[in-house]
Design a protein around this ligand. Structure first.
Ligand SMILES: NC(=O)c1ccc[n+]([C@@H]2O[C@H](COP(=O)([O-])OP(=O)(O)OC[C@H]3O[C@@H](n4cnc5c(N)ncnc54)[C@H](O)[C@@H]3O)[C@@H](O)[C@H]2O)c1
Ligand SMILES: N[C@@H](CCO)C(=O)O
Ligand code: NA
Length: 818
């Protein structure tokens, strides 16, 4: 025996009922004995309730509404049954509507609608739908029989939510099924008392009916046909990556029943659970899909958890006071008071200090809870034994659920860690000793971010996303986007990582697109959909969006943007940048950013501030973290100047070499920053700070390389003109070096907490003699690298190497986030 149940959407229209019939025919053709339970046509029950209330209120318009409902059912008959065979069904259904009309007329006359009458009115929903579908089945030759559950499901008279008398009901069902071999088409949701008074079974009613019949008949399986692909790992409206759970245990299904998308209501399946009857949740609109199997097995663990559920609108109540410590009976009184006032408690947490108890309830009950508790503990509050009762609204609960977490360590750690790394504060937490569920209370504002972040770390076979917000799409930003685009297939295939370009800005336009901007179409998308750039608005919106795993990437050389880093880090958004401005300003600002990142558990990464993609900052941090002491750093830190002195020579004009460096993408957006020594000075300043010297910018001693006329040039064009005028000056420098058999090198040195930058002529014995192109070289002399220094050397400027350094920083955030 197999029991199928079709919900309201499945029987909501002619088209969907045709699918239902297809499913039933398939099942019957396999020779399996089948019974089927139907809900009312989608929306019909609510309509009937509304009509009943209108009638009771004396509002005669109920009649029009009733006619609408009637016409919907008639149209369904016309759509499903042959014209020749329609008349019998019409008569039957019209008869039901006449009966309903009489009842409503009575309600409208006496202006009274009891729960008992309401149950009777509602019963028409299932009676109508089931009648019509039974006739439609018969019409195509299926041996089907209408089965009014009121004849079989015996209940008490708790109208609206009647209790089933299982002994009688089971016996009646068995007797009925022994008599007939036809396909029983059973009305869901309804029953009757011993006196034959109609009752309803409350929430999840039709599932309950299926479960009652399945259990009574010892069905092999109960199939719940609905309009979604089974139970999902999380509410798909909130977590786009959610997927169907193939198999789940009864206990897990119970724990997950708080789902936003209420696929099944487990309490109503209790009779089936009690008899270990497996349940399948299937989709009428996606017939071939496997759906979800719910059974008693606890061994469905492919992942550490099975699913994530959440409740959006909760209130947290906290009752605390020194007078609670060691006093027995406080919690008994607390929960008795709540129960007497019909306030259901969803989560409870009490720390072992006994100083406070907190619990969450439906947010609509918050005020009432406060009132009744203040009354119940009036004496204690007056005496100060209990502080006032505090309510926090706008909180949500997230629960991770799974048999797999039982006796396995690291699950709670992973949960708390991913929340921490995304800057989500945990207000309260609870885990029962069944180890089936860990719940956290968080701000409602963080709900979507938290759900997505948690889903990402626990369902690892699914691709995780890093959300990038990139400001500045010039040389480096543009190259980065190209690299991200061409690497995306590898990252999603090999690393299960999606780099989602959630926002972009240049000086003119900005675009925020949480769904992602295609890296190969960013120009068009920014031009077509972007709005006028406002960096403060861009930053505020990023914070407001509150996406998980967010990274802000500053690829400008702008001085104003860096002012927003602190705010971003504070909002738990990591920052990656090649822009040196933030780290080369005042020391306390540099330190503040470092601290904020640390406190918030996010990353502030700027490897490309020095030597572009060369591992210079990371090398220093590694040595510092492992306790090495820096004695001296000597370095060539300008790709531009390196290129210039490697290229400038007899027969070449200095200004042309500078132009070439700019064209090759080595220079700063303003090349005067390179040639004035400013760029090198800020790099050695950053290195000084990394090795622990709290240096200020003015402490770096810069020996100027340029003559005054060049230094004072007001614009870039004027600057190039002055370089042209000074060609003999640069030739003189070259000759001077040649005279000493040397080459020109612009060298930065840090020693004894002092930083200097100067042009020097070095001969072939010097390790900096042999360089080419835009090479940088950094020589670290430390306690551990004393006799022979640790040297990092290679191209230290240029679009590809810089963008790839930024990319590497982004990737290290991705590994950090797990
Ligand atoms: N070129 C290199 O080799 C290299 C190496 C290491 C670090 N860097 C650093 O990388 C950064 C970018 O350099 P680049 O060569 O790509 O410069 P670029 O001039 O080509 O690009 C910077 C872009 O940022 C935009 N921008 C400036 N202010 C902005 C604002 N307020 N809002 C939005 N967009 C803004 C500009 O319009 C420009 O398109 C600089 O900080 C530079 O110091 C460059
Ligand atoms: N303009 C810089 C870029 C790398 O920071 C240089 O030439 O070194
Ligand atoms: Na670097």
């Amino acid at each position: 025996m197999k029991v199928l149940k079709f919900g309201g959407t499945s029987v909501g229209s002619v088209e969907s009922i045709k699918l239902v019939i297809e499913i039933l025919e398939k099942s019957i053709s396999k020779g399996e004995r089948t019974a089927v339970v139907f809900s009312a046509m989608g929306g019909a029950t609510n309509r009937l309730i509304e009509i009943g209330r209108m009638a009771a209120a004396g509002n005669q318009e109920y009649f029009e509404l009733l006619k609408v409902v009637e016409e919907r059912h008639f149209a369904t008959i016309r759509g499903l049954i042959n014209v020749k065979q329609q008349s019998g069904t019409f008569a039957n259904i019209k008869g039901l509507f006449n009966e309903l009309e009489d009842i409503l007329r009575g309600v409208s006359l006496i202006r009274e609608l009891t729960d008992r009458t309401m149950d009777l009115i509602m019963s028409f929903g299932e009676r109508l739908s089931t009648n019509i579908i039974t006739e439609a089945l018969k019409n195509i030759g299926v041996k089907a029989e209408f089965c009014d559950a009121r004849q079989l499901v015996r209940t008490n008279d708790h109208f609206g939510m009647a209790d089933v008398d299982f002994a009688t009901t089971n016996q009646l069902i068995l007797e009925h099924f022994a008599k007939s071999s036809a396909l029983q088409c059973i009305t869901g949701f309804i029953g009757a008392t011993a006196e034959g008074i109609t009752t309803t079974l409350g929430r999840g009613g039709s599932d309950y009916t299926a479960s009652i019949f399945g259990a009574a008949l010892d069905a092999q399986v109960i199939e719940i046909w609905t309009d979604v692909d089974g139970m999902m790992t999380a509410d798909p409206r909130k977590v786009p990556n959610a997927f169907t759970i193939p198999a789940i245990s009864y206990a897990e299904a119970m724990e997950l029943s708080h789902f936003g998308a209420k696929v099944i209501y487990p309490p109503s399946l209790q009779p089936a659970f009690a008899k270990n009857i497996p349940l399948k949740v299937l989709n009428t609109f996606n017939i071939g899909f496997e759906g979800t199997l719910v059974d008693r097995s606890a061994n469905h663990k492919q992942y550490a958890i099975t699913g994530i559920s959440s409740i959006d609108d909760m209130a947290l109540v906290n009752i605390q006071g020194s007078g609670m410590i060691g006093v027995a009976g406080i919690s008994a009184r607390l929960f008795t008071t709540l129960s007497e006032n019909n306030i259901s408690v969803v989560l409870i947490s009490q720390a072992s200090s006994e100083h406070s108890i907190c619990f969450t309830i439906d947010h609509q009950l918050a005020e009432r809870a406060q009132q009744v508790l203040e009354a119940a503990f009036e004496v204690e509050i007056k005496s100060g034994d209990i502080d006032s009762i505090a309510i926090e609204k706008n909180v949500s609960i997230i629960a991770i659920v799974g048999e797999g977490m039982r006796k396995s360590s690291g699950v709670a750690g992973k949960l708390f860690s991913v929340l921490g790394k995304n800057g989500i504060n945990i207000i309260a937490t609870a885990q029962g000793s069944s180890e089936l569920n860990i719940s956290v209370v968080i701000s409602k504002n963080d709900l979507s971010k938290a759900l997505n972040a948690i889903h990402g770390v626990f369902f690892l076979s699914e691709t995780r996303s890093l959300n990038l917000f990139i400001v500045g799409v010039g040389l480096i930003g543009g190259t980065l986007l190209e690299q991200v685009g061409s690497q995306s297939a590898f990252l999603s295939g090999q690393r299960l990582l999606k780099l989602n370009i959630a926002g972009l800005s240049n000086t003119k336009k900005m675009l925020l697109e949480p769904g992602g901007i295609a890296p190969d179409r960013w120009r068009e998308e920014l031009a077509d959909n972007g709005v006028k750039t406002s960096i403060p608005a861009f930053v505020d919106r990023i914070i407001e969006l509150n996406l998980p795993n967010s990274v802000f990437v500053d690829c400008t050389s702008d001085k104003d943007i860096v002012r927003h880093y602190g705010k971003l880090l504070d909002a738990s958004i990591s920052v990656v940048t090649p822009n040196k401005v933030a780290n080369s300003g005042r020391y306390d600002e540099y330190q503040r950013l470092q601290r904020t990142a640390l406190q918030r558990g996010v990353k502030f990464l700027y490897e490309t501030n020095v030597g572009a993609g060369l591992p210079i900052i990371n090398t220093i941090q590694g040595l510092m973290d492992s306790g090495d002491k820096f004695i001296r750093i000597e370095a060539i830190l300008s790709g531009t100047l390196s290129y210039i002195f490697n290229t400038f020579g007899p027969g070449v004009r200095f200004a042309d070499v500078v132009r070439e460096a700019k064209a090759k993408g080595y220079t700063e957006p303003d090349p005067r920053d390179d040639l004035s020594g400013t760029d090198v000075a800020r790099k050695i300043l950053i290195l000084a700070r990394e090795v622990g010297v709290p240096m200020e910018p003015e402490e770096v001693k810069i020996a100027q390389l340029l003559p005054d006329n060049c230094l004072q040039a007001p614009t870039v064009e004027a600057f190039f003109a002055e370089l042209e005028n000074s060609n003999s000056f640069f030739e003189g420098l070259l000759d001077g070096a040649k005279a000493k058999d040397g080459v020109l090198r612009y060298i930065a040195t840090l020693e004894n907490n002092k930083a200097t930058v100067e042009l020097r002529a070095v001969d072939e014995k010097h390790p900096f003699y042999n360089l080419s192109g835009s090479d940088n070289i950094v020589s670290f002399t430390t306690d551990r690298y004393k006799d022979r220094p640790l040297v990092v050397k290679g191209p230290g400027a240029g679009a590809e190497v810089t963008a790839s350094g930024v990319f590497a920083d982004i990737m290290s955030i991705s590994s950090y986030l797990g």
